[in-house]
Design a protein around this ligand. Structure first.
Ligand SMILES: NC(=O)c1ccc[n+]([C@@H]2O[C@H](COP(=O)([O-])OP(=O)(O)OC[C@H]3O[C@@H](n4cnc5c(N)ncnc54)[C@H](O)[C@@H]3O)[C@@H](O)[C@H]2O)c1
Length: 284
């Protein structure tokens, strides 16, 4: 596989981090979103983060300039015509992802691999929006993508073994240590196991077993977790967590993944987590 230029679609939290990572590893990158403004903002965030590293003496100013010079921006998907690998990281909605993949399919060379960073949407449904389902694969990055070592790789029903091999190679070229799932299953490994742990903590609150602070303290002191499950839920966002548990309940048809009423109640009250200043805890 010869990849020089990578198209990253979606300049949000994850897409911006993935684009930065690709540029840091020496690739030419085009970061695309529905409006150029989103991309410009993303690049400004990257610049701020990199500048901090330069100021701390952790990076040379010339390296920072070189990384930023490798990242071009686009307000549409036209650059797919000249890219060798695509990583999609748009909103977690199947209608949006399938539309993006069908547009990419019309633009990119037939040999180009499409990777999706979806957390829990079905890879096969995304792949079927293209005429190249054998070249579509999940590459699930972790937040923040520049720091976290793992990429989970998962095939859809029609993904070719060579595509998995290429995704593993790409993950290593990005400096990561990948794991490969053998079959398509919603939410992969980490999100599924962690989702259950966080869900169980919300059931403890719901049934009045202990206060959130004590549940968090217990997991930190008793299981050596660096952060309590409810603190982590506040960081992830209760709405994001609930959407994942609903997908798992529906696709696996298994009541183990059901979330308790306390999660609905907090979401109804606007307590979505740290991003709005309140969740299980108050941050203001
Ligand atoms: N946030 C995380 O911790 C995390 C971790 C792993 C994977 N993911 C997955 O990564 C993906 C992105 O998540 P995020 O947290 O970065 O979301 P985000 O909301 O920060 O960013 C999504 C971006 O997609 C853009 N977008 C929407 N429609 C588009 C289109 N048609 N074409 C191009 N861009 C479009 C939006 O403008 C936005 O900038 C999701 O699939 C999510 O499940 C998220």
């Amino acid at each position: 596989m010869t990849v020089k230029k990578i198209l990253v679609v979606g300049a949000g939290n994850m897409g911006a981090g993935i684009a930065q990572l690709c540029a840091q590893q020496g690739f030419e990158v085009v970061l695309s979103d529905i409006s150029l403004d989103y991309c410009t903002n993303a690049k400004a965030r990257m610049e701020k983060g990199l500048q901090k590293r330069v100021d701390q003496g952790k990076m040379a100013a010339a390296d920072m300039a070189a990384i930023l010079s490798r990242i071009a921006l686009a307000g549409d998907l036209t650059p797919a015509k000249e890219c060798d690998f695509v990583i999609e990281s748009v909103l977690e909605q199947i209608e949006i992802k399938t539309k993006v993949f069908s547009q990419l399919d019309a633009l990119a060379r037939p040999d180009v691999i499409f990777a999706t960073n979806t957390t829990s949407l079905p890879i096969s449904a995304i792949a079927e929006a293209t005429g190249r389902p054998e070249k579509v694969v999940q590459m699930h990055f972790f937040n923040p993508p520049t720091i976290m070592k793992l990429i989970e790789i998962m095939p859809g029903k029609k993904t070719a073994p060579e595509t998995i091999k290429a995704a593993v190679e790409m993950a290593r070229l990005l400096g990561k240590d990948p794991v490969v799932c053998k079959n398509e299953a919603p939410a992969g490994i980490v999100s599924r196991v962690l989702g259950q742990l966080l869900n169980e903590a919300t059931w403890l609150v719901d049934s009045g077993v202990a206060e959130p602070a004590d549940i968090d303290k217990a997991l930190k002191l008793g299981a050596n977790h660096p952060m309590g499950p409810l603190e982590l839920l506040d960081l992830i966002g209760l709405d994001v967590h609930r959407a994942k548990m609903q997908t798992l309940t529906a696709t696996l048809n298994d009541p183990r993944y059901k979330h308790p009423k306390i999660v609905d109640k907090l979401i109804e009250e606007g307590r979505l987590g740290k991003k709005v200043g309140k969740g299980f805890y108050d941050y203001e």
